[in-house]
Design a protein around this ligand. Sequence first.
Ligand code: TYD
Length: 133
Amino acid sequence: MELYKELNFNELGDERGRLVIAEVPLNIPFDIKRIFYIYDTKGEIIRGQHANLNSEFVLINLCGKCKVKLDTGKEQKIVELDRPHKGLYLNKMVWKDMYDFSDDSILLVLSSHVYDANEYIRDYDKFKEMVVK
Ligand code: TYD
């Protein structure tokens, strides 16, 4: 699996409204062990600022918008998540910053692992050292 991938979910629906499906393994490339969501984050705040030894993630901004700056150690990229049918897959060992949250942003995160503080790398220099090796 690549280090990151922008995901465009099919937008289903009919006259009753719209529907998006996230399903393993159809469009989510790992078994989901945890979900969490981030909201009520002020526009000037930067969240994330870490990489993970084991966890893979899919981020979907369900309402409003936010940006994700990802960093593989070799490449940096900014992805704007501004539609509920757009997602971003992040493999393990990808640094991520989430920022520019709109007031109404609800950022849903699907994860391959349960929470373990020990697998979080929060020191950017250490991350760089590990991925450059
Ligand atoms: P943090 O990793 O700083 O959030 P973000 O990456 O969105 O900026 O997490 C904030 C707090 O919540 C921190 O004390 C750890 C805790 N936490 C859990 O207990 N479980 C989880 O699944 C997550 C994502 C965070």
